[in-house]
Design a protein around this ligand. Sequence first.
Ligand code: UT7
Length: 330
Amino acid sequence: MPHRPTVVLGTGSYAPARVMTNDDLSRIVETSDEWIQSRSGIRERRIAADDELSSDLAVRAAQSALENAGLTAADIDLLIIATVTPDLPMPATACIVQHKLGIPTHAACFDLNAACSGFLYALDTASAMISSGRRQKALVIGVEKLSSVVDWKDRTTCVLFGDGAGAVVLGAGDDPTRGVLGVNLGADGSNTDLLYIPRAVPATPANAASPEQPTSCIRMKGKEVFKIAVRAMDESARDILEQHKVTADQISLVIPHQANLRIIAAISEYLELPMDRFFVNVDRYGNTSAASIPLALDEARRAGRIQPGQLILLVAFGAGLTYGSALIRW
Ligand code: UT7
């Protein structure tokens, strides 16, 4: 099998039209714009319509990524969707999106759950399949409809999350110095209780006929998660820089998982890299989990913040607890 570089051929994103501001939230729970902005940097988030599913958001992001790549759905032979909010537990949202987009049946299509690090896990998986020559063109999408799993009575979590989608099209390049240079992934399953979505009441023969449908919402111990997030993202970023013999100041742009502006600021301080080298859009979208990095990547590219030849660092952290980083020579 050949080893060839994996390059980003196009990026795209989509966010639902409805904007929910901090003031809107203060009418639902006891909170304030001042508290949310000062603790998280979030000003507003997008909320999908009731009939707008993760697959719908994913399709829109994918269409814009394919257009940017100058390709069509017919060219794709691998589709990976990173999400914790699939349309259904079964089948995979990737199969639903495959059908909606018209991706051929010889394409491999599957979902992947690594929470907020999901896009990096999917990027690594797709890169390996392209670099090995097993697949030719991949569509990797991070998408979430977190508004459907947020507890709208819990002010400690509902103010933080939002809906959105981001996508990249990957293919094989011919310059070994360009493309996805490496991805670092890790997980620590000893802390699953810090951030999780419990199952609704499990189905048993005894409760099968029960009309009660308890909702299943995000539960998070924010303070603990914050501390581990900063440490894990800092370490993961340092590791990948060291592996590739790159110093932080050689990075043109860091695209961190957008969970909290204070987390991003702490990483900026630890890496001794000024905040103007970090792309930030958490103020407009909140935390969109697996969608956060590809959504930010697309916005950064469209804003002209990413130029050919530049080194881009992606770094994420999420439930699992999972973490990871990726180095891309654009
Ligand atoms: O995607 C990766 C996973 N998620 C994260 O990375 C999130 C990580 N954690 C965080 O971002 C922060 O911990 C939060 C933003 C969640 C919270 O910030 P904090 O500075 O750690 O605040 P806290 O939890 O210590 O809460 C401080 C106070 C508490 O009141 P008392 O106990 O001091 O009287 C809370 O009850 O703020 C109160 N509080 C609120 N007040 C107004 C909590 N949520 C709210 C709220 N509005 N929405």
